[in-house]
Design a protein around this ligand. Structure first.
Ligand SMILES: Cc1cc2nc3c(=O)[nH]c(=O)nc-3n(C[C@H](O)[C@H](O)[C@H](O)COP(=O)(O)O)c2cc1C
Length: 170
């Protein structure tokens, strides 16, 4: 049911999904919450494999992340979860239990205490090693005008586990 994989083999898949519909970023809390991300990605830093996820302060996810310091990213490969990604990208966990509302399966993480979205095939479990809130002074005006003032905090999560899981094996 689980297959350990090298994340390097899935860089294209992650980039492709990030830029076409998004990925699920899940954080634990009094109830787990998942939101859609379309920015960020995998990089190499401090001799570690890092998944950077950008979260605006206005998101419910932001407060959860500040408390939990860990997250999972679930990536659909063949699964058609477009409707769920749309919902999770437009509705807040303050108002909805998104897992229950959408019938998504919160499968326990293997290495961390945060669940994955069981309907996806590829999963990353990450522990936050660094975070940085954007400084508007360092941003070019064109991007600032287009995308802000609700600035992102970038969470740098060390990839602790990466695996495929069969979504049909609920
Ligand atoms: C395709 C897509 C990509 C998104 N990417 C991000 C992102 O990278 N960072 C972010 O803060 N919000 C992003 N959002 C918006 C959040 O997913 C959205 O505000 C969500 O409702 C926040 O949920 P929460 O309040 O439960 O945390 C994206 C939305 C969509 C539809």
């Amino acid at each position: 049911m689980y297959k350990d994989v090298q994340f390097e083999k899935y860089m294209d898949t992650v980039y492709n999904r990030l830029t076409n519909g998004g990925l699920f970023l899940t954080v634990k809390g009094s109830r787990p919450n998942t939101m859609t991300i379309g920015w960020g990605g995998i990089t190499h830093f401090w001799g570690r494999a890092i998944f950077i996820v950008p979260v605006r302060e206005s998101r419910h996810t932001f407060g959860l992340m500040e408390d939990s310091r860990e997250f999972t990213v679930s990536v659909p490969i063949r699964a058609d979860v477009r409707d769920s990604l749309n919902f999770c990208g437009t509705h807040s966990g303050r108002d909805f239990d998104k897992f229950r509302e959408l019938g998504l399966t919160a499968v326990p993480g293997r290495r961390i205490d945060t669940p994955i979205v069981g309907e996806c095939e590829l999963h990353f479990e990450c522990g936050v090693v660094y975070k940085e809130t954007m400084n508007p002074k360092n941003l070019i005006k064109k991007i600032d005008d287009k995308h802000y003032p609700d600035y992102h905090t970038m969470y740098y999560g060390e990839i602790l586990d990466c695996y495929l899981r069969d979504p049909d094996a609920q």
